[in-house]
Design a binder for this molecule. Structure first.
Ligand code: ADP
Ligand code: MG
Length: 652
């Protein structure tokens, strides 16, 4: 199927496409009318890099790059069961008939059911390439959507704030322990430092544990052991004895200095820890007061920021403590909540529903209508089993369509012929047929066609009533009008409609009589009243007619006639009903098959062609008969979109 054909099929049947589109649009309208409107409310959250604010310049730049894990964690936390349950309870969703319609059995909703309902209306999305998270709640009621979005965000912030507070309490406790640990040793350290007397520090456990001090202590022990054994061998004034004594003195001095340094470090770390603890305690108190006095949502954000600052401060102090004390027993505090979230956009009450999306639904309906409409047009060809156009016939039978004869009621009337109206479309169709057969004759007679009657044209079809008689008669009239000596033969002995139509009498002697030897051929062929066309009627049939109707007899008659006439036009019975045509077909050069447009089944045509092929070279061409005269038919048959055909414009 080429594009041109495709285009014309659509153009010619645009009403179907339009009807289907309108149908689809109506359905879309009904859908839009009955579908409940869904409103959405959206809050936008921004995730900040944990601790980004208080870290030093080198690390604060990392605020830009929140790791995907952090974003994912926030996203997951926003849909966590505990958070959603908080929302369900704080927003009293169990009592909200609009959110959870009363069950038919009157039972109340379980938490899990309310949770599922809330989950189905909620969507959390991280905006790609940003630190923004969209929290969207959809509901039939725009106010409820906004209320739920707001509740979700505030509950999330509240929950994470509470977590952080708990974490801070743990940290505070830890710092208190650190302070307590150094507390008993501190007076001794301070005294020794004031007097600059390191000897007293040797009782302080944490100073002695200092690696530098411990190392020197070890070395002093070794040297003292060596010195004891040296004393036994050498005298006091021996140089080796004196050198050893000097080294020991040096080591003791070094140890004193190390002791003082260690004490100083412990004092510093104590002071740091104490400061941090005080600061933490103050903040904790402040925040707890704030929660108690003002539970408003707005304060959560500031509180969350404070918590974050405190945590960063704590981290910084902890790091410094580790450096100064060199004490590996200082372990990091329990992990704190790793995210800090800020509201960037507050949820609003939406005036416009998000679903159903009117323009999208209408566009989809339009497209669906178009596709469906075009589909129906093309599907029609496959579904319909009758031939409707010349392209179909030519492509399935492999023979040319010689003419498309329009459906003109007057054509079928007794005695009426195209000759009555030379300016009509049907006359033009038969002119076309005449020309097409003439051209084909030239081509066919050049092929190996030995023994065939070259000037005979036979009309047959698969079934009765498809127009064999009509076409044969009018074609013969057209030949006669051209001045050719034409003989029209009614070879349909069983029905003899042609005889009735042209001679108004069935009892006329004709072919059956010639075959039976009752009549001579020259007498049986008579001129019709207009004196142009000769006619051989079906003749008077008797019980023996069927016996005389044999292939050889017919061949003999046709050969005799062929020399007397320029053209012999033969009307025959249908191939699929009786075998008579098959007896004549083998002797004729031009066999044409009539196909009634939109009526003759493709299977019937295939069967007829098969039968004809068995006895002859098959048909040389087809004639599409009773074609409608609308624009569609005109395209399908001739290719002219506006007029069925061109005609000569006769003036009387
Ligand atoms: N092109 C046509 N336009 C209108 N009516 C037609 C046309 N061809 C045939 N008919 C009608 O169809 C009927 C059968 O036609 P006919 O030629 O007798 O068919 P067949 O010889 O194949 O049995 C007749 O009533 C005839 O008037
Ligand atoms: Mg007939």
């Amino acid at each position: 199927m080429d594009l041109f054909h495709l285009y014309h099929r659509i153009v010619s049947r645009w009403r179907i496409v339009l009807a289907v589109i309108v149908g689809c649009l109506i359905l879309a309208g009904i859908y839009l009318a009955v579908t409940p409107r869904i409103y959405s409310s959206r809050a936008v959250l921004q995730v900040r890099q944990p601790g980004g604010k208080l870290l030093d310049a080198a690390t604060s730049g990392a605020d830009d790059g929140v790791s995907p894990e952090v974003l994912k964690t926030v996203e997951q936390n926003l849909t966590s069961q505990s958070l959603l349950l908080r929302v369900v309870h704080t927003a009293h969703l169990a009592d909200d008939a609009g959110f959870a319609p009363p069950k038919s059995n009157g039972a109340s909703y379980l938490d899990s059911e309310l949770l599922a309902l809330l989950q189905s209306r909620l969507s959390i999305e991280v905006r790609r390439g940003t630190r923004l998270i969209d929290v969207m709640v959809e509901d039939r009621d725009p106010v409820r959507a906004e209320r739920l979005a707001r509740a979700l965000v505030s509950q999330y912030l509240e929950q994470s704030f509470e977590d952080q507070l708990a974490s801070m309490k743990t940290s505070n406790g830890y710092l208190s322990n650190e302070v307590q640990r150094f507390w008993p040793e501190l007076p001794q350290i301070e005294k020794a430092l004031a007097k600059n007397d390191p000897s007293g520090l040797l009782d302080v456990t944490s100073v002695v544990q200092d690696p530098e001090v411990a190392d020197l202590q070890e070395r002093i022990h070794v040297e003292e052991a060596n010195f004891a054994s040296l004393k036994e061998v050498f005298m006091e004034n021996h140089p080796r004895y004196q050198a050893m004594q000097r080294r020991l003195e040096e080591l003791h001095e070094e140890q004193d200095a190390a002791l003082l340094r260690a004490a100083q470090r412990i004092e510093n770390s104590y002071q740091n820890t104490e400061t941090t603890e005080t600061e933490f305690a103050n903040r904790l108190q402040q925040q707890e007061q704030q929660i108690a006095s003002n539970g408003a949502l707005a304060s959560y954000e500031t509180l969350a920021q404070n918590v974050e600052s405190d945590r960063a401060l704590y981290d910084a102090v902890l790091a410094r403590m580790r450096q100064t004390s060199g004490n590996s027993s200082v372990s990091p505090a329990p992990a704190m909540v790793e995210n800090a979230v800020q509201i960037v956009e507050e949820p609003l009450v939406s005036a416009k529903p998000v679903k159903p999306r009117r323009s999208l639904v209408l566009a989809a309906a339009l497209l669906a209508g178009l596709v469906l409409g075009v589909g129906i047009i093309f599907g029609e060809d496959y579904i319909r089993s009758a031939f409707t156009n010349v392209y179909d016939i030519e492509s399935s039978l492999g023979v040319p369509v010689l003419a498309a004869v329009p459906k003109v009621p007057s054509l079928g009337r007794a005695g009426a012929s195209v000759a009555a109206n030379p300016n009509s479309v049907e006359t033009e169709a038969f002119r076309t047929l005449r020309a097409a057969i003439h051209l084909l004759e030239g081509r066919e007679s050049s092929t190996a066609t030995q023994g065939l009657v070259r000037n005979a044209v036979l009309f047959t079809s698969a079934n009765p009533g498809e127009g064999k008689t009509t076409c044969a008669y009018n074609y013969a009239v057209m030949l006669a009008r051209q001045g050719l000596r034409t003989l029209l033969v009614d070879a349909d002995l069983r029905r003899a409609t042609l005889t009735l139509r042209v001679a108004s009498e069935k009892k006329l002697s004709g072919l059956a009589d010639v075959l039976a030897g009752r009549e001579s051929l020259s007498e049986a062929c008579r001129l019709l009243p207009d004196n142009r066309l000769s006619f051989l009627s079906a003749g008077r049939t008797t019980v023996e007619t069927a016996e005389h109707f044999d292939s050889a007899g017919i061949a003999d008659v046709l050969h005799k006639l062929s020399s007397q006439f320029d053209r012999i036009v033969i009307d025959t019975p249908p191939v699929n009903v009786v075998s008579d045509s098959l007896l004549i077909v083998p002797h004729v050069l031009m066999n044409c098959l009539i196909i009634q447009a939109g009526a003759t089944q493709k299977r019937a045509v295939a069967h007829a062609c098969g039968e004809l092929k068995k006895v002859n070279r098959g048909i040389v061409g087809a004639i599409l008969n009773q074609v409608g005269t609308d624009s569609r038919a005109s395209y399908e048959c001739y290719g002219y979109a506006k007029n069925f055909t061109y005609t000569y414009n006769y003036t009387a």
